[in-house]
Design a protein around this ligand. Structure first.
Ligand code: ATP
Ligand code: MG
Length: 441
């Protein structure tokens, strides 16, 4: 993409309304603009990041055996009356009436809807287990939308729902998601810590929030330093195997947030205890027959008996993750995207637009990168070099290739890593090889 063609409105100054660094940088780097309180438009560079995050989530969900569907944003109030949540949900739910005066709502979550789909279609134990996910916008009329997309009213969530015949099956499904989550966050360059969360009347130990550490997090977290050193499961993890030992390894270490932290119950020595702020980027939850019972998700078991399905639900804050990644990865000059979610793999900086040697070398390299399937943002604007450097740093692409008249005299270009001091001096030939080896998807 040529910078002269791209719709990328950057800001030099920090917007006054933004209190935390990710919100400031998302506005300044032209990722989002506010439409109304807690509701945002995603601009071209922002949506590229969002899509990359979605894609990582999708790949890990698929690998773990979940299947993608797409449920609507608008739901009928009837289903929510059956589960009893229509009244319970309170003011966070956006309620709508259609032209026939039917009560509808903009979904804050999808347990009722997906359970109804299964209840209509599934009859026998042979149809199970099933695990269905979608990536869809949610609306929650938060009392205090804040921190940009971090706590929005409209936000993108990956949510999935598992259906099993019995508790053992539900635990297997839960463990698969637990492992898939660890992998998902790790691929985005994040260290997410699973923390025991409230299970409500269901009880048990099958509810975890996944928290990433960041100074601006909304909750205070306490955890055993050992958790920060655990290696996330590898790509070849066998989801058909018993994953309980993997889950136990992670849950055996102390980790708690705010209200759940009990200094008396914490057996971690002070020197080993990490006290930090955290952002919740996911939540997985087993809730048994809470929805399958009222919505009639029942099948015939192997011996002809009626079995009410055992369910769990699993959420990831997709849009919140964009902010979360920036909180975890930035410096005073701007964003530092991990390569896996970067809007473009590399920025190409023409230090002297209008100089024919610079224009030609940049143009040829740009064409080469594109034909090699490498996502490149080419700053071809007629701007001062300082401005181009500042903008490139702000946008935070992992690599920059800088081409200027002085280097070209010796046939060389500079390659810079964003966020480290790594710099390479390469010839125009070498930079092509380097790019194909390091940047091709
Ligand atoms: P929170 O405690 O932050 O309000 P929650 O418990 O309401 O979260 P869930 O219902 O478990 O959240 O939703 C799954 C995920 O969706 C959360 O882990 C979070 O990452 C994300 N999420 C929830 N509310 C918002 C919001 N208002 N804006 C952006 N992301 C959100
Ligand atoms: Mg909430």
């Amino acid at each position: 993409m040529r910078r002269t063609e791209l719709f990328l409105p950057t800001l030099k100054e920090n917007p006054a309304e933004a209190q935390i660094v990710s919100h400031r940088l998302m506005l300044r780097a032209g990722l989002i603009r506010q439409a109304s309180a807690g509701i945002y438009t995603w601009l071209p560079v922002g949506i590229r990041v969002l899509r990359k995050i979605e894609q990582i989530i999708r790949e890990e969900q698929d690998a773990a055996g979940a299947q993608e569907v797409l449920m609507p944003t608008i739901q009928s109030a009837d289903l929510w009356r059956k589960s009893g949540r229509y009244d319970d949900y309170g003011k966070e739910m956006l309620r709508i009436r259609d032209r026939h005066d039917r009560e509808m709502l903009y979904g804050p979550t999808n347990e009722e809807l997906i359970t109804d789909v299964l209840a209509q279609e599934i009859r026998s134990y042979r149809d199970l287990p099933k695990n269905l996910y979608h990536i869809q916008w949610k609306f929650r009329d938060e009392v205090r939308p804040r921190f940009g997309i971090m706590r929005g009213r409209e936000f993108l969530m990956k949510d999935n729902y598992s259906f099993d015949l019995d508790f053992a099956g539900a635990r297997r499904s839960y463990n698969r998601m637990f492992v898939a989550y660890l992998r998902t966050y790790a691929r985005m360059g994040l260290k997410a810590i699973p923390m025991r969360a409230e299970t409500g009347p269901i009880g048990g130990d099958m509810s975890h929030e996944f928290i990433i550490l960041a100074d601006t997090g909304e909750s205070e977290v306490f955890c055993d330093r050992a958790l920060l050193d655990l290696e996330p499961p590898q790509a070849d993890v066998d989801y058909s195997a018993d994953l309980q030992p993997v889950v136990d390894e992670w849950t055996s270490h102390y980790a708690a947030s705010d209200d759940k932290h009990d200094p008396a119950a914490c057996d971690v020595p002070d020197s080993q205890l990490v006290t930090a702020r955290g952002i919740e980027v996911g939540h997985i939850f087993y809730f048994g027959t809470k929805y399958s019972e009222p919505l009639g998700a029942v099948v015939q078991g192997a011996d002809g008996e009626r079995v009410t399905l055992e369910m769990g639900s699993y959420g990831i804050g997709v849009s919140r993750l964009v902010g979360g990644i920036i909180e975890a990865s930035h410096d005073e000059n701007g964003i530092i995207w991990p390569a896996s979610v970067a809007p473009y793999a590399v920025g190409l900086v023409n230090l002297k637009t209008g100089d024919s040697a610079c224009d030609d070398s940049c143009g040829e390299l740009y064409a080469f990168l594109r034909s090699s399937g490498i996502e490149v943002l080419y700053d071809d604007r007629d701007e001062r070099a300082g401005q181009k450097f500042a903008d490139m740093d702000l946008i935070g692409l992992p690599w920059q290739i800088v081409i200027g008249p002085r280097g070209l005299k010796n046939g060389s270009v500079e390659v810079k890593a964003r966020g480290t001091d790594q710099r390479l001096e390469l010839s125009l030939e070498e930079v092509r090889t380097w790019a194909t080896e390091n940047l091709a998807a």
